[in-house]
Design a protein around this ligand. Structure first.
Ligand code: ZN
Length: 291
């Protein structure tokens, strides 16, 4: 085997090039790993060897080689979540998108579970007969944060893919939102089961969670993926502080968790969902402007 040594500059500084017989084997599809890998890597960076390859072989075989390389680069082996989704019959591009959603990763789910466990522990040990205020105040923020986290370009490795993918921007947003919301509400629901002493009052977070998430998404069209959820989350905390100050008896539930407050939450959620549908085109045309 002869290793061609031509001018160093053409080889990107190393002076090494893939031997011509290896290039011919590469073109025929006969080159085996690890020579195949080093040829792939080198060819991606070296115009000289690509020239030799193009001259030495017929173009059909060459195209097949590049197609295979492209396919390998574009298709990392599916992880456990992606495999599970594929097995459940989810379309492969949707499964890829969901598996790459930051809020569905183990690190995020672990953080949410830890926060909920801590909150449940504090709430369960704290008041008897009252309202699980801390849990109700915190639980609506987690789905909002999860959805925000799965939509910010800074945090989302598939953002580029989302921009170029044929998937409609709004459809993509809804697929992710529904998945993240379902997981977030599920975790909150499990935490609620750990507070049986409060009965249905422990479910007071559900409508506020829907209201905060839909409002955050609707505002994202205008304010961008960072400011919108931050304002909504801050607004929720301000509302709770105000309600706490306005409370007459220490044992009373805070205003958002009374029957009237729940009604307002449901109304806000419905209005924000309507607004979101009205603004849906902004998520496609306005992606670049939103940031
Ligand atoms: Zn080369």
């Amino acid at each position: 085997m002869t290793y061609a040594k031509t001018g160093g500059a053409a080889g990107g500084g190393t002076g090494w090039h893939v031997p011509e017989e290896d290039l011919r084997a590469y073109a025929r599809g006969d080159l085996a790993a690890p020579l195949l890998w080093s040829a792939d890597t080198h060819l991606a960076a070296c115009a000289h060897c690509r020239g030799v390859l193009a001259g030495a072989v017929d173009p059909v075989a060459l195209d097949a080689g590049w197609d295979r390389l492209d396919a390998e680069l574009d298709a990392p082996r599916p992880g456990p979540l992606e495999s599970l989704l594929l097995r459940l019959g989810v379309a492969d591009h949707t499964a890829r998108l969901l598996a790459a959603t930051p809020a569905l990763r183990r690190s995020w789910l672990g953080a949410v579970a830890a926060v909920l466990l801590l909150t449940v522990a504090v709430t369960a040990g704290h008041t008897a007969g009252g309202s699980p205020t801390l849990f109700l105040a915190l639980a609506p923020l987690l789905p909002l944060a999860g959805v925000a986290l799965s939509y910010g370009p800074a945090l989302d490795p598939t953002h580029e893919m989302a921009v170029v993918a044929p998937t409609h921007g709004f459809r993509l947003l809804m697929i992710r939102t529904v998945a993240v919301l379902a997981v977030g509400l599920g975790l909150n629901g499990l935490a609620t089961l750990a507070l049986p002493g409060y009965g249905l009052r422990a479910l007071g977070w559900l409508l506020p969670a829907l209201a905060l998430t839909t409002t955050g998404l609707a505002l994202t069209a205008r304010l961008g993926p960072v400011l919108a959820p931050s304002l909504v989350g801050g607004g929720w905390i301000a509302l709770l502080v105000t309600a706490e100050a306005a409370r007459v008896n220490a044992g009373d539930p805070l205003a958002p968790f009374t029957a009237a407050g729940q009604g307002v939450s449901a109304l806000v959620a419905a209005l924000a969902a309507g607004l979101l549908i009205l603004l849906r085109d902004r998520f496609d045309a306005g992606r670049a402007n939103a940031a």
